[in-house]
Design a protein around this ligand. Structure first.
Ligand SMILES: Cc1ncc(COP(=O)(O)O)c(C=O)c1O
Length: 417
């Protein structure tokens, strides 16, 4: 049976499985080696020249990483992928393969903290102009793009603003403007939505989150749809890559020009852990969705809770878009809620017994954090508000434990606030 015909829940387990090449092992071996031996100089030369496929050195390519790349490309319905040492590395290489000084990046303003800092403080230093737009306001995207726009960037579910932009509409603006749409789909995963089916051109993930699912390994991936044609009048840098790699021009540029030279390599052990996590992605995501809705409903009714921000609640302005875009499969499993003030948030966190307080999300365990005083502590107050953070806000990554236990832990901690 061709892998492409397998249903998603099967593909997460069987995609890119090669037991016959792995001495019949059912899990990919961890090819823990810095380099690979060649018998002849002729052969090494051919592999270096790209005339023959092969593995040379871990920073370039690695067989365990390749299995993860193939499986993730299959899950997203993409053409080819490159795994990277972290989600931030994936975002960096995905965009640096496209942008150069003088170019414009148009991005949704609902971004993970480090992505915001990368765009706002780092890219701008290298002469890349970054225009921030309200992610879910299509007219703002339309007004911001110009011939100088070389890429559009958006998060499928904004972390932590919890907004759900209309990917199809943004992809259409990108297409008309002859620029690729790069989507960070970390919070949705291909379980909820496959952005290529809505017209996006590149997908990135922090695999650290739901794809791994156990908080066991940091990692990232860039996946190319192969559907953007990189017109040479607008992307002259691509000419040589198009000549060498044809439809693979973008992913070849990501790999050959940026990933290898920046050294944004994933370790094979990290890839192995992510591959194991992927096996249960579909099952985990199903439970994450149910638990997130149940916890959001509980919080919305709780007298100590001032507000709840979760696209799964009809009170969210993004509810209808999320319902349509995620086809009723769910709304993600990240939510934020408000207590009286910062002190109340600290008191709530101090009193949790089961739920972990830490800086991560997408783990099978339920996690909370107070972003105002932690990840965003070095931001100015104005920038914190701009990024959707307020002192009264607690962020929750809802896990897959029994929902009764999660609710009971929240209930007893809220009682002490
Ligand atoms: C939406 C999103 N993108 C990217 C990242 C960065 O991923 P990593 O920590 O693997 O570099 C994160 C991390 O929380 C995230 O939430």
């Amino acid at each position: 049976m061709g892998e492409k015909n397998l249903r998603f829940d099967t593909l997460v387990i069987h995609g890119a499985q090669r037991p016959d090449e792995w001495k019949s092992a059912t899990l990919s071996p961890i090819y823990q080696t810095a380099s690979h031996r060649f018998h002849t100089a002729e052969e090494l030369s051919e592999v270096f020249a790209g005339k023959k496929k092969g593995f040379i050195y871990q920073r370039l390519r690695n067989p365990t990483n390749e299995t993860l790349e193939e499986r993730l490309a299959l899950l997203e319905g993409g053409m080819e992928a490159v795994v990277t040492g972290s989600g931030m590395a994936a975002i960096t290489v995905a965009l640096l393969a496209i942008l150069r000084a003088g170019d414009e990046l148009v991005t949704g303003n609902s971004l993970f903290m480090s992505t915001y800092l990368l765009f706002n403080n780092v890219f701008t230093k290298f002469g890349i102009k970054v225009k921030f737009v309200e992610s879910s306001r299509i007219e703002e995207w339309e007004n911001a793009v110009s011939e100088k726009t070389k890429a559009l960037f958006v998060e499928t579910i904004g972390n932590p603003k919890m907004d759900v932009p209309d990917l199809k509409a943004i992809a259409e603006i990108a297409r008309k403007n002859r620029a690729p749409l790069v989507v960070d789909s970390t919070l949705a995963t291909p379980y909820l939505v496959r952005p290529f089916e809505l017209g996006a051109h590149v997908v990135v993930h922090s695999t650290t989150k739901y794809l791994n699912g156990h908080g066991a390994a940091v990692g990232g991936v860039v996946i190319d749809s192969g559907t953007f044609d990189w017109p040479e009048d607008k992307y002259p840098d691509f000419a040589v890559f198009k000549e060498r790699a044809g439809k693979r021009a973008y992913i070849d540029k990501v790999w050959r020009e940026i990933h290898i030279n920046f050294g944004t390599t994933q370790s094979p052990f990290q890839s192995f852990l992510t591959l194991i996590g992927l096996d249960t992605l579909a099952l985990r995501m199903e439970r994450h969705q149910k638990n997130a809705i149940a916890l959001a409903e509980f919080l919305e009714k709780h007298p100590k809770v001032k507000w709840v921000n979760f696209p799964g609640l009809p009170s969210s302005p993004h509810h209808e878009t999320a319902k349509r875009q995620f086809e009723g499969k769910g709304y993600g499993a990240l939510l934020t809620f408000g207590l009286e003030d910062e002190k109340a948030c600290f008191e709530f966190i101090r009193n949790l017994k089961l739920v972990y307080h830490l800086a991560n999300l997408g783990d099978c365990k339920t996690l909370v954090i107070h972003p105002w005083s932690s990840q965003y502590v070095s931001f100015t107050e104005e920038d914190r508000y701009k990024n959707g953070i307020s002192p009264d806000l607690v962020r929750v990554s809802v896990g897959i434990e029994a929902i009764e236990d999660i609710v009971e832990d929240f209930d007893q901690a809220l009682a002490k606030v």
